[in-house]
Design a protein around this ligand. Structure first.
Ligand SMILES: Nc1ncnc2c1ncn2[C@@H]1O[C@H](COP(=O)(O)OP(=O)(O)OP(=O)(O)O)[C@@H](O)[C@H]1O
Length: 377
């Protein structure tokens, strides 16, 4: 999925000295689209945002806005505003002076600045606080001042670098929704850097997942969550349980072979690029159904045999650590299975993510209890 190309990156690469941080970044963002750059620490999110903002010149590739190449334009000539995690407000200035700062730098007339500041204060729920200093504001209010300062210059593109991560958890949830609603209302194009999966899911139209400086996958929140393109993306999107299995493709059905995990079952190929051989199977704890040993499968999916190692109650369900073959997985259930109890773990086909391992070689395992259940797709 890609936008209409309002903001376009073509073949962007960046390096710090000899270290390549970004490679082959092709990204097309539509006008008014909210895109989240998501990835673990050090994957290059901030570097990419800074390349877009113009604080870092890419070692290769091009950045264009509305068809115009801006790769070598100064940051203040790009029609973009950047909001940081640290707010970066001037402590000696009032809320009004902070919001009006960018306008003053641009030589805007005093009356116009006053008009714009009061418009921003109104828009961001800061009316009445204009004469306060940042030290006398809450974290959420400070972040709104930083946002007001960014929006006051009327940018075409808003760049957000983890702007919510200094806020406490409860405020973060409400500011997320405020920011998203404001972005839609103003029709502004936004690129938001975050390492928080849920934040990206609830705020963005599109999520771009970075891994080691490359785009691992991009798509709507629903796409990347339910149809991860790789084992890395599946794990990053919460399917952290991993089992290594062998499978045989039989037309449009992928049959999992018996092995050390006691696995068996079959899943529809459903458009996936799956070949016979070794696969990594990934699934979320909440996707697994835990039952007494030998409970038969009644729908397509995979069945594993295991032993409960530990049980806890994080709220709403019981979470179990289960030893399956030589791996430990997490599985949720609405009742507690005591440690030591043998169990069946069933993962329905649509929630089981399968990826051929790079070599394609069968995974070797010691033989343990196993069963194959072949259910037609
Ligand atoms: N000025 C610099 N000089 C050398 N290496 C740098 C510099 N800035 C960043 N890096 C390296 O580049 C890589 C990408 O950094 P970047 O800040 O873009 O990652 P990130 O995904 O935003 O991480 P985080 O979520 O931790 O902020 C990291 O390995 C980092 O150590």
């Amino acid at each position: 999925m890609s936008g209409d190309g309002f903001l376009q990156l073509r073949g962007v690469a960046s390096r710090y000295g000899q270290t390549r941080v970004l490679k082959d970044i092709d990204l097309s963002i539509g006008k008014g689209e909210f895109v989240a750059l998501l990835g673990s620490s050090g994957c290059g999110k901030t570097t990419l945002l800074r390349v877009i903002a113009g604080f870092i010149e890419p070692s290769d590739g091009q950045v264009a806005v509305n068809g115009r190449d801006i790769t070598r334009h100064q940051p203040d000539k790009r029609g973009m505003a950047l909001v940081f995690q640290s707010y970066a407000l001037w402590p000696h200035m009032t809320v009004a002076q902070n919001i009006g700062y960018g306008l003053r730098l641009r030589g805007v007339a005093r009356d116009e600045i006053a008009r714009r500041v009061s418009e921003m204060a109104e828009l961001l729920g800061l009316s009445g606080l204009e004469e306060r200093k940042p030290a006398n504001l809450s974290g959420g209010q400070r972040q709104r001042v930083a946002l007001g300062r960014a929006l006051a210059i009327d940018p075409e593109i808003l760049l957000l670098d983890e702007p919510l991560s200094n806020l406490d958890a409860r405020i973060r949830l409400s500011v997320r929704h405020e920011l998203r609603a404001l972005q839609k209302r103003l029709g502004i194009t936004a690129v938001h850097v975050t390492h928080d999966r849920e934040e990206a899911m609830v705020m963005a139209d599109r999520i771009v997942i970075l891994d080691g400086g490359r785009i691992a996958q991009q798509g709507s929140p629903e796409e990347v969550y339910n149809r991860p393109a790789s084992s890395f993306v599946a794990a990053f999107m919460g399917a952290e349980n991993l089992l290594e299995l062998d499978g045989v493709r039989d037309g449009e059905t992928f049959v999992l072979q018996p092995g050390s995990a006691g696995e068996g079952g079959s899943v529809p190929v459903a458009g996936r690029a799956l070949e016979s051989g070794a696969v990594e199977a990934r699934f979320r704890p909440e996707a697994a159904r835990l039952t007494d040993i030998d409970t038969p499968a009644t729908e397509p999916g995979a069945r594993f045999f295991g032993e409960v190692m530990a049980v806890s109650y994080p709220g709403g369900h019981w979470r179990h650590a289960v030893k399956v073959g030589d791996r430990e997985i997490m599985a949720d259930a609405d009742r507690a299975f005591p440690p030591g109890q043998p169990v069946t773990v069933f993962v329905p086909a649509e929630t089981l993510f399968l990826f051929n391992t790079p070599s394609g070689d069968p995974v070797s395992r010691p033989g343990l209890p196993s069963e194959t259940v072949k259910i037609p797709a």
